[in-house]
Design a protein around this ligand. Structure first.
Ligand code: SF4
Length: 388
């Protein structure tokens, strides 16, 4: 176990300058003094991939120190950001030419700004992307959380990513303590699925095997928004972990409440990873019925159970090439059942993780909760934005 390289996600802060409609994390920020330190990062295991996320990671002014330390542990690092802090992003990429950058753009200009709640957010994000392209930064991409309000921009954004020769990552709405949200739900499933269907066909049309596998991922998103069982098992906490700003190691970011395997501020990695508490969480993961379909849990599963997406890809490339048949969302039985009235919208809603009456746990420390009452954090974030 000790020598096996893992897949890790580091939530370096819960502070965020955006105001996204599908994520309330900005209302529940961490305190800067409590956020994960370099000393704790030094205790990390060897990793083949690390995602740095937030909140908005570039709010942390010591992000370069974190990346420097993580490169001693990890073969590859990708940072997820809203792209707002352009100068900081460019500076970091100059120092680390191999670091991956994924900027969330939630649609074309008007839609993006409405969803993100960031004034001029689209132009900021897009100009950061363009600057990265101009400096020939090799690993840059968009990320989009597809929902009712932006689904119709999906293919247009994919085309934009192609123009700029960039990666294009998709997600859909999820509920969890991490998003401080329990009410996210797709309302018009057929419309959203139709847009995913178009994207799957665009991806299958390309000459890039990576894009064919992305097509499978998006096919899985149709299955997810109809509340069905995951297409692949979820092995989070076995060779993949998340760590939050307080040093708490968790299986993933999809659980309703925060699930803790141990704390890396207080334990060594081996103590934590091999503890009874960690084993108890692994048992919970084995019975987890949330059926998330986010890249953090799906990408390791696609590598581990590669034959399943590979068979799907071969079948669809074959159908496309020899029979001129396109992918159809109706190959998902549940979509056919819904069209034929065998299952109702209300029944599908019940299969989702949306719970209008849930009390959301935000996973904050007691100290972070205390400071929220004084609104001190809001001032810190506003000051940070002003400085930009
Ligand atoms: S399905 Fe997997 S990623 Fe989602 S909450 Fe359960 S364990 Fe976490």
């Amino acid at each position: 176990m000790a020598d096996k390289k893992l897949n890790g996600t580091v939530i370096v802060t819960y502070r965020c300058n955006a105001r996204c409609t599908m994520c309330n994390r900005y209302k529940a920020p961490s305190r800067p003094e409590e956020e994960i330190s370099i000393e704790t990062i030094k205790k990390f295991p060897k990793m083949y991939f690390t995602n740095i996320t937030g909140g908005e990671p570039f709010i942390r002014e010591d992000l370069a120190d974190i990346v420097r330390e993580l490169y001693k542990k990890s073969d590859r690092i990708v940072i997820s950001t809203n792209g707002f802090f352009t100068d900081r992003i460019i500076k970091l990429c100059e120092e680390f030419p191999n670091v991956g950058i994924r900027i969330s753009i939630e649609g074309l200009e008007e839609t993006n700004n409405k969803i993100r709640g960031l004034q001029d957010g689209y132009n900021k994000g897009y100009s950061t992307l363009k600057k990265l392209v101009e400096m020939k930064h090799p690993d840059v991409g968009f990320g989009m959380t597809v929902q009712d309000t932006n689904a119709r921009d999906l293919v247009a954004l994919y085309e934009k990513s192609n123009e700029l020769n960039m990666e294009f990552a998709t997600a859909s709405l999820h509920n969890s303590f991490y998003f401080v949200e329990a009410k996210n739900i797709i309302k018009d499933r057929m419309m959203v699925a139709k847009e995913f269907e178009k994207l799957v066909n665009e991806l299958l049309k390309s000459n890039s095997p990576k894009k064919w596998f992305r097509a499978y991922f998006n096919h899985g998103l149709i299955n997810y928004i109809f509340g069905q069982k995951r297409l692949l098992p979820c092995d989070m906490s076995f060779d993949t972990f998340f760590i939050d700003p307080y040093g708490d190691v968790m299986p993933c970011n999809g659980t309703k409440d925060k699930e803790v395997m141990g704390n890396l501020n207080e334990q060594t990695w081996d103590e934590l990873w091999n503890s009874e508490q960690a084993e108890a969480i692994r048992k919970k993961v084995r019975c987890c019925d949330r059926n998330c379909w986010m890249i953090g849990s799906v990408s390791p599963a696609m590598h581990k159970y590669i034959w399943k997406p590979a068979i799907w890809v071969i079948k669809h490339k074959f159908l496309r090439f020899w029979k001129k048949e396109k992918y159809s969302m109706y190959e998902n039985k549940i979509v056919r059942d819904f069209r034929e009235g065998k299952v109702t919208k209300e029944e599908l809603d019940k299969c989702s993780t949306c719970d209008m009456n849930a009390k959301v746990n935000d996973g904050l420390s007691k100290e972070s909760i205390k400071q929220l009452k004084s609104k001190f954090e809001k001032k810190i974030i506003e000051k940070d934005i002003d400085e930009q």
